[in-house]
Design a protein. Structure first.
Ligand code: TYF
Ligand code: FE
Length: 424
């Protein structure tokens, strides 16, 4: 077998030399969707729909013959969030019709989303990526040491005659998140078996696509080498506790990317021995193990998107940085942002950072549910409108970085937030 990338120690952000060895073991195109498991798909999908300006585009539920679970696909631009909950534990097996209707319904354990939510709270179950051939990708992942969760299933869309293959492997070792591999000619927003629903006319807030999906794990190198062995993804960036500077709670992080860098999977681990317990350890405790920490959503205009998000009132943002942060900002960032953008980021409490490629505008929500676990990030990659060949692209993946220059400010605000969760 070919040799796969493997690393045995972190060198830190500065010393790390980025390259693209083009080592993918199967062709990966883009993020396809992210599926949350929750206790009530109607309630949760409406809350996300209202708060993030997502339209309900497809459903698989009792009305479509799915007795196993209720699932709604919500879309803005190219980003799709799916919300799924158990229908009833009294029907242990999906009916044969349901199994035909939804590729994941056959043999579905109707208790699984409930048990998942008891363990993790509302959380990400599946990170779905579009691949060229899901059957081959599944076999490659398993041959590379991956744990199969759903062997490849082929489904035919009765309306269009197009087909789709879906397969799943475990993403984070010791966790309950799957990497869902999707391929085929089916062009619907989600999976075969979902029925399109009429346009609900809800206005979007300018969210364009999923930029990166971050996992928290106990042991970074083990996990990174595991994902690399399955997929062939390469290291795109790394950050160590030292890069973050003198903050109380630490983390190490490695960003994995596919050949095209359209799928970015950062992974964090806690560091120990700091004054405060690592925010990553807090996550692992409350999530009962590894899982998705945050999903970064790329906006056409982050300032407009965050203004709308605040007006919708369904998600809270982390506390804003100090005035001093904004006074130092033009000196740190330079003339990339317009006067109006500087005013906008200050008004809304957004963070800005830059790397050798471009400028990143970013902001973080508070945790999405009751537990101090999963949150969202809204970003815009400014000055990133050309690919490596000089062709126009909307916000080249990874360009502008991940906000390393904001880690101090951000982690201070996370620590302040965590202090509020402690009883006096
Ligand atoms: O995706 C990233 O790496 C950045 C930085 O708790 C980050 O968004 C890392 C850890 C964290 C919050 C943000
Ligand atoms: Fe991020």
């Amino acid at each position: 077998m070919e040799t796969t990338f493997s690393i045995d120690k972190l060198v830190g952000h500065k010393a790390f030399q980025r390259g693209n060895p083009m080592t993918d073991r199967f062709k990966v195109k883009r993020f396809h969707h992210v599926e949350f498991w929750c206790l009530d798909a109607t309630t949760t999908s409406i809350r996300f729909g209202v708060g993030l300006g997502l339209q309900r585009v497809a459903k698989s539920d009792l009305s479509t013959g799915n007795t196993a679970f209720t699932s709604y696909a919500m879309r803005s631009g190219d980003m799709v969030f799916v919300f799924t909950a158990s229908n009833t534990a009294k029907i242990p097996e999906a009916s044969p019709e349901a199994a035909e209707q939804h590729p994941l319904a056959a043999g579905f354990d109707a208790d699984a989303p409930v048990a998942f939510c008891v363990k993790h709270g509302m959380a990400v179950r599946a990170v779905a990526v579009e691949v060229e051939d899901a059957q081959a990708a599944y076999e490659t992942c398993v041959a590379g040491g991956g744990t199969g969760v759903t062997a490849p299933r082929k489904a035919v869309d009765p309306a269009s005659g197009t087909t789709q293959v879906v397969a799943e492997v475990l993403l984070y070792q010791g966790g309950d998140v799957v990497l869902r591999l999707v391929s085929g000619s089916f062009e619907g927003p989600c999976l075969v078996g979902y029925e399109d629903v009429p346009d609900d006319q809800r206005a979007d807030i300018g969210l364009l696509r999923i930029d990166h999906v971050v996992g928290n794990v106990p042991k970074l190198l083990e996990q990174v080498n595991h994902v690399a062995a399955m997929t062939g993804f390469h290291e795109f960036a790394e950050f160590t506790a030292e890069d973050v500077g003198t903050v109380d709670s630490g983390l190490n992080s490695i960003v994995l990317a596919c050949d095209s860098e359209a799928v970015l999977l950062p992974i964090n681990e806690p560091t120990h021995g700091t004054k405060r317990r690592s925010q990553i350890q807090t996550y692992l405790d409350h999530n009962n193990g590894p899982g998705v920490q945050h999903i970064a959503l790329l906006a056409t205009d982050a300032i407009a998107a965050v203004r709308a998000l605040r007006a919708r009132g369904a998600f809270d943002l982390m506390p804003r940085p100090s005035d001093a942060y904004y006074e130092e900002l033009p000196g740190r960032i330079g003339g990339v942002l317009s006067e109006e953008q500087y005013r906008g980021v200050r008004e809304l409490g957004l963070l800005v950072d830059r790397d050798d490629q471009g400028t990143l505008i970013q902001v973080f929500t508070k945790p999405l549910g009751d537990r101090p676990t999963i949150f969202l990030e809204i970003i815009q990659r400014v000055g990133c409108d050309r690919d490596a060949n000089g062709c126009p692209v909307p916000q080249r993946p990874g360009c502008g970085g991940f906000g390393k220059g904001n880690f101090r400010e951000l982690f201070k605000s996370i620590e302040d937030y965590e202090r509020q969760l402690e009883r006096p």
